[in-house]
Design a protein around this ligand. Structure first.
Ligand code: MN
Length: 700
């Protein structure tokens, strides 16, 4: 059980005697701090941190990590403080222990898969040092190994957490062996019956296939020998009960329909041999089309590298073959921890060497010979001043120049998609699209099919790709829309003198000359853009043809159909939406701005501006922005509830702002949301008023 000298002996195989001394000091402190505590099993509490430290030592992690492993529960469970740890040991040990304690505050509360994924990401974001995560994983591993004594309810919760959070984290860190153990422990505890049924079925099939497997193994062995390729390892693999279970669930399969239950792993000495072996295998057995995967050329995001191919070994029996080098194999089993095994340097590297290390890593990373785990590690360290690394909602990592905003990320991912970007959340909080990104953040981009690039984007998008796409799009859109709007504005003006557009035809050459344009569309466009006023053009027309002066005529409103796009602007003082009584303010140089008829801003209209009578003629797919003010009771879950109701009504939140708190029991919120029209908004407000947490709500 608790055999310290054996442990110490093992540590001495890779740590210096002084470092082992430090570890022992941590052990003694942990032992006395936890003295009065016992585990649920009745054992002294110290057995737990001791086993955690042992797990960490199997990855040959540095002495600070081992120390922190021993001390990982003292901040939470005993009177010892972070400052004391720093004084007795070192800043970094204190920092590591503190980090592990912080991770405990992230509570897993829902079974929703989405949330689990977000929690994983948050763990990465909260753990500023990758070693904190490794300690947390070791902690969970030991707790799962000894979970037998827990009450069922707690056992189930821990098992779900392990499957949904810890196994994926281990996977992301590339630690396959750990991931498999988490999955097995989680599965067997959550569904003991299903586990045993599947495990037995696998065992039966194994017995049936035994001779075939041996036969295939021998064939491969002999063929490789003929071709002169040496294999370091040629092993039979079988799917774990959990992965079989997942596959059955995900694809609604019966056990007998699970293919590739067995397979082979061939570990060779060089990269060239990987491809040679692949060629040889494809010669011997018929490969299944589209099943070949080259994770060497294109590693998985967690750094996994290997060749995968599925071959027909006999009649209907297919098996998966994995081919990789020893190095690839080690890093697929141990992930980031393999890194510390293979480099004499441990995971902690002193600061001054760090910059150099970073540069080397980047070079290696680019040549794909490095796992992406270091990527994550370095990104926590804020070392490179010119780049930021962020996760998207799929967990993919993106590298962007410093100062990039969510819009840059959107264009980096897909220009096609980016056009429809309307909002984003950063670490699950809604944020403006103009927010500069920081390393480690998780960005979820929110799209709406009717959204389109906005000229304002150019004030904060910094990457060349985003800027050129936005500019191009605006140029095209603006021109088309401005022609259309300009034409309609002019038609309106002509109505007042009882003329139609066609009446202009004879005047076109004169108009082109007068306004110095080469075609009539350019004139319409400049009217639409507000560069020249329809009224001015009309006056010229009158002077040219009809003489000065005209009878007054009842002015009919100009109908907006929502297709005017960016040529026209909906004022952000009153946020007009479909159904509101509206007017347009038009001014040379700024174009048409739509206000609500009762907007107070209209009182401040200057002489150069003219007011245009407008009406809606909107197709129902359009959405508008509107601002609402909410007073919420300051209760847990209130915000989540509101967000839920909004999404039920297919409403997006574009911006959210908390106002200064006047009353601590209340939360004042200002939201800019999208609605279809007044009815849609009214329905929403009515629904929100019925919600228990809502104290007051109104449209601004
Ligand atoms: Mn613990």
């Amino acid at each position: 059980m608790l055999n310290y000298s054996e442990f110490n002996e093992y540590l001495l195989t890779y740590l210096s005697p002084e470092q082992c001394q430090q570890v022992h000091k941590a052990f003694l402190l942990a032992q006395s701090a936890h003295q009065t505590q016992t585990r649920l099993s009745g054992e002294p509490y110290i057995t737990h941190p001791f086993e955690v430290a042992k797990i960490l030592s199997t990855f040959q992690l540095d002495h600070e990590t081992i120390q922190a492993g021993l001390l990982h529960d003292v901040l939470e469970d005993t009177a010892i403080t972070k400052e004391e740890l720093a004084a007795i040991f070192s800043e970094s040990v204190a920092h590591l222990v503190d980090g592990v304690s912080k991770l405990k505050q992230i509570k897993f509360s829902s079974r929703a898969h989405e949330q689990a994924e977000n929690l994983c990401k948050m763990m990465f974001a909260v753990a500023h040092d990758i070693r904190v995560l490794l300690i947390k994983l070791a902690d969970r591993l030991h707790n799962m190994r000894t979970i037998g004594v827990m009450p069922t309810e707690k056992k189930n919760r821990k098992a779900i957490e392990t499957l949904e959070i810890y196994a994926p984290i281990a996977y992301r860190l590339g630690m396959n062996a750990l991931k498999m153990e988490f999955e097995d422990l989680g599965f067997i505890n959550l569904y003991p019956y299903r586990y045993s049924v599947i495990a037995q079925a696998i065992q039966r099939t194994r017995a049936e296939r035994e001779s075939l497997l041996r036969e295939v193994q021998e064939t491969i062995f002999n063929t490789l020998k003929t071709y002169g390729v040496q294999a370091h390892q040629l092993s039979i693999r079988e799917k774990s009960p959990y992965s079989v279970y997942r596959k059955m669930q995900r694809h609604h399969l019966k056990f007998k329909d699970i293919n590739e239950l067995f397979g082979f792993r061939i570990v060779v000495y060089s990269l060239q041999d990987c491809y040679r072996v692949l060629g040889i295998l494809h010669n011997v057995f018929k490969p299944i089309i589209n099943k070949f995967k080259d994770y060497i050329a294109i590693p998985k995001t967690n750094g996994y590298r290997s060749l995968h191919t599925v071959l027909i070994v006999k009649h209907n029996i297919v098996m998966e073959f994995q081919i990789r080098t020893i190095q690839m194999h080690l890093s697929s089993e141990y992930g980031i921890a393999a890194h510390s095994r293979n480099h004499s340097e441990s995971l902690s590297i002193d600061k001054e060497h760090y910059a150099q290390q970073w540069v080397n890593d980047m070079i290696e990373l680019q040549s794909n010979s490095y796992s992406s785990l270091e990527f994550i590690e370095h990104m926590k360290m804020d070392l490179d001043p010119d780049e930021v690394y962020v996760f998207d909602e799929k967990g993919e990592i993106w590298t962007l120049p410093k100062g990039s905003t969510p819009i840059d990320l959107a264009y980096a991912r897909s220009a096609q998609e980016a056009r429809h970007c309307v909002a984003c959340s950063i670490n699950r909080l809604l944020a403006p699209l103009s927010t500069p990104l920081q390393s480690g953040q998780t960005i979820k981009l929110i799209f709406s099919p009717h959204a389109a690039p906005n000229p304002g984007w150019l004030t904060f998008a910094i990457t060349g790709k985003a800027r050129s796409y936005i500019r191009n799009w605006l140029r095209n859109q603006q021109y088309e829309h401005s022609i259309d709007l300009g034409k309609r504005l002019l038609i309106k003006e002509l109505e007042s003198i009882n003329k139609v557009l066609d009446d202009l035809t004879p005047l076109i050459p004169a108009l082109l000359e007068k306004f110095r344009v080469t075609q009539i569309n350019e004139l319409y466009s400049s009217i639409g853009l507000g560069k020249c006023l329809a009224n001015t053009v009309m006056q010229s027309i009158q002077q040219m043809h009809y003489g000065v002066g005209h009878e007054d005529k009842k002015i009919m409103p100009l109908h907006l159909n929502g297709e005017e796009g960016i040529v026209l602007e909906y004022a952000h003082c009153c946020y007009p939406i479909s159904g509101d009584a509206i007017v347009g303010v038009i001014k040379a140089g700024t174009g048409l701005i739509v206000h609500r008829e009762n907007c107070t801003q209209l009182k401040t209209i200057s002489k150069e501006e003219s007011i245009l009578c407008l009406a809606w003629d909107i197709d129902e797919k359009m959405t508008f922005q509107v601002k609402i003010e909410l007073q919420l009771l300051n209760k847990i879950g209130a915000l989540a509830l509101i967000a839920g109701i909004l999404s039920e009504h297919e409403i997006n939140i574009l911006a959210a702002k908390t106002k200064e708190i006047m009353d601590p029991r209340l939360n004042d919120l200002e939201l800019v949301i999208t609605v279809r029209d007044r009815d849609h908004l009214a329905m929403l407000l009515k629904r929100l008023r019925k919600t228990p947490f809502v104290h007051r709500i109104k449209r601004l």
